[in-house]
Write a protein that binds this ligand. Structure first.
Ligand SMILES: [Zn+2]
Length: 290
């Protein structure tokens, strides 16, 4: 399913047309049942649309009338589908509707804007005080700019746009400098790895390669928007790749006594390594399951 059989920039008349073309299954939900497609149409005030980067709110727990959040979201249905696409590294199709409050919204109908990948997900308290799931998506490279209309021989369900307004074709994409490729191998990370001689603080494994030992730096409070964790020693752990993935995908959690659950092993902490409890507390506030 990684093939993009739908052309980025194609505009469809309505949700029925998206469904009939199998671009987005379902007529109501923003997330397709398998999580392989999302539609942005302005349902959630917490959504952020920067064009190539999207912070997308999961589904569920909302009052149908007011649109307000009235209960916690759970990691089920579309939310679980998106989390699984993330774990499997699959791209997700993104379509924007004209109701979307974003300068990237199409003037009418629903525009398919190509493939994105989910780079992280987490849980947080939304504006109405209930937990919501949020997904960060980044647009894959080598696609036409957002808003550039696809030249296609269109089926009748596709919206005919004969003369797109100027901004429609030249929508500028914001630079990704604040989001993309945050430097992972900083001097800070390397310092922490050396403190532990590249041995995992959770499982004590040291991976040896011909080029020397390998470990990964894990930021307890994640770097980058919207978490904005600092790249400081008190926010970095030295982990093996397995433990890093398990922590990032919320299979492991660390409590304030540095006990790693569910195996109840104590995080090994070097005496020169002061870990900031507030970063642990932050991470625990965004864990994927309650
Ligand atoms: Zn480990």
């Amino acid at each position: 399913m990684s093939n993009d059989t739908w052309k980025s920039g194609t505009v469809y008349l309505n949700r029925r047309a998206l469904h009939d073309e199998k671009l987005h299954i379902g007529l109501m939900n923003g997330i397709s049942p398998s999580g392989d497609s999302i539609v942005l149409s302005g349902g959630y005030i917490d959504d952020i649309d920067e064009g190539a980067v999207i912070i997308y709110t999961g589904q569920g727990g909302r009052d149908a009338q007011s649109g307000r959040q009235i209960s916690d979201q759970t990691l089920e249905r579309g939310n679980k589908g998106l989390a699984q696409q993330y774990m499997q590294g699959n791209p997700v199709r993104v379509t924007r509707g004209s109701q979307l409050d974003s300068r990237f919204a199409p003037p009418s109908g629903y525009r398919y804007d190509g493939l994105y990948r989910i780079t992280s997900y987490w849980r947080e308290k939304g504006r109405d005080g209930y937990f919501v799931y949020r997904f960060r998506l980044e647009r894959l490279p080598d696609q036409p700019p957002i808003g550039q209309l696809a030249l296609s021989s269109s089926p009748s369900t596709r919206l005919k746009v004969s003369d797109p307004p100027e901004e429609y074709t030249i929508t500028p994409q914001r630079e990704l400098t604040t989001y993309n490729r945050l430097l992972r191998n900083s001097a800070i990370v390397n310092h922490v790895k050396q403190l532990y001689q590249y041995t995992c603080q959770i499982c004590n494994v040291q991976l040896n390669t011909p080029a020397g030992p390998y470990a990964e730096g894990c930021h307890i409070r994640p770097l980058g928007a919207p978490h904005n964790g600092p790249d400081t020693i008190d926010n970095v752990l030295c982990l093996c790749p397995n433990c890093h993935v398990l922590l990032d995908m919320y299979a492991y959690t660390i409590d304030h006594n540095f006990i790693v659950m569910p195996h109840a092993v104590k995080l090994r902490v070097h005496h020169e390594h002061a870990i900031n409890q507030s970063h642990i507390a932050y991470r625990n506030s965004i864990v994927g399951q309650s």
